[in-house]
Design a protein around this ligand. Structure first.
Ligand code: HEC
Length: 104
């Protein structure tokens, strides 16, 4: 029984790992609902006080995501975004940041 559980959990772990590796930033941006505030093209936010993200420097974008997630950045409308940040881990944030920086 223990063995079966162990095998099952390693399969789950493996598929979780491959999902992280294969999912690209664009897909994550859709799946994690980022588009619902920042716009599908990442430059048409739903409110004019929400930021455009397309073309942003990857390192800067990643740091802002981390800070909003942790609460270190709580200025402006950051609280609106904090709720969804539980959906993304560091690797996923980096994937999204890299993709955002590749946009024009
Ligand atoms: C509920 C709306 C909402 C959702 C969903 C949301 N954001 Fe945001 N995001 C905001 C707002 C509002 C700000 C600006 C906060 C402020 O006023 O300082 C922001 C700021 C940012 C910034 C910093 C921009 C800058 O120029 O400093 C990045 C990067 C970002 N969001 C990425 C994401 C990503 C990636 C996701 C999905 C995981 C996401 N956001 C989901 C509303 C949202």
């Amino acid at each position: 029984m223990k063995k079966v559980l162990l095998i099952a959990s390693s399969i789950a772990l493996l598929s979780a790992m491959s999902a992280t590796v294969s999912a690209d930033g664009a897909a994550l941006y859709q799946a994690k609902t980022c588009w619902s505030c920042h716009g599908k093209d990442a430059k048409t936010p739903i409110l004019p006080i929400y930021p455009k993200l397309a073309g942003q420097n990857a390192g800067y974008a990643l740091n802002q995501m981390k800070d909003i997630k942790s609460g270190a950045r709580a200025n402006g409308q950051a609280a609106a975004m904090q709720g969804v940040m539980g959906l993304v881990n560091d690797a996923e944030m980096k994937e999204i940041a890299d993709w955002l920086s590749s946009l024009k």
